[in-house]
Design a protein around this ligand. Structure first.
Ligand code: URA
Length: 237
């Protein structure tokens, strides 16, 4: 694959813009300036191919898979209505190459958010047919009680739904801290379930999707690439 096409696939703009990036001396390979956008990288070298744009190092990735520790006050939309967009937390090439959220979190929800430009991956984790457990930590307004936990485990009927929805698990961690796992990804699902059980969510944080937990070392607002081990863990979910 030639350098122009590599830059194009990695989100550095149109083919013409990528050619211009190289011609303008903004691209290096292994630390050496490269001014030939037609230079060819053999397909067996692509997987580990690194290049620099304006001094920042990138590795070629056929598909992008990311984890973000979502802060409060950000919408999972490219066109936010009232808050900032989580896409402002990512480098431009990632949004340019079309990464999208793997299921949305509300603007005030924090924690584990996956993003990818692999449509099959996004579909696999958001399709109602493929039920992957999502684990949340909810801080509630009122102290939790057994009746609420039982209702969440046995199923609560949400407005507009024909069948009750049950949590995979509902455990009390503290007086007002609830660990709740759900399979579906319905609109405001956790908040609506907790309300239907007779309490109210004041704070919501997603800790886990399937077998993959929010990395401890990922500060709020930070993102990182998912590595092969992360993807294997997720795909086994
Ligand atoms: N359930 C909610 O109510 N909000 C979220 O952001 C995620 C799950």
């Amino acid at each position: 694959m030639d350098l122009e096409r590599i830059l194009f696939t990695q989100g550095f703009g149109s083919r013409r813009q990528c050619r211009a990036l190289v011609a303008d001396g903004r691209v290096s390979i292994a630390g050496s300036l490269c001014t030939d956008a037609a230079i060819d990288i053999a397909s067996d070298a692509l997987a580990s191919f690194e290049f620099q744009v304006d001094g920042a190092t990138w590795r070629y990735r056929e598909k992008a898979y990311l984890v973000l520790n979502k802060p409060p006050g950000y919408e999972c939309s490219r066109d936010p209505q009232h808050h900032l967009s989580i896409f402002h937390l990512l480098p431009l090439p990632l949004t340019e190459r079309g990464v999208q959220c793997v299921g949305r979190l509300d603007q005030d929800t924090t924690g584990l958010l996956l993003l990818s430009d692999d449509g099959a991956f996004v579909h696999a984790f958001t399709s109602p047919k493929r039920k992957v457990a999502k684990m949340y930590l909810a801080t509630t307004r009122h102290p939790l009680d057994d009746a609420q936990l039982c209702a969440l485990r046995n199923g609560v009927l949400l407005h507009g739904e024909s069948q009750p929805i049950a949590a995979v698990s509902a455990k009390q961690r503290d007086e007002r801290e609830l660990e709740l796992s759900v399979l579906e990804g319905k609109y405001h699902q956790v908040k609506r379930m907790v309300a239907a059980a007779g309490n109210r969510v004041e704070k919501l944080h997603r800790e886990r999707i399937g077998g993959f937990g929010l990395p401890d070392d990922l500060a709020e607002g930070q993102w990182r690439w998912l590595d092969d081990a992360d993807l294997t863990m997720l795909r086994q979910s």
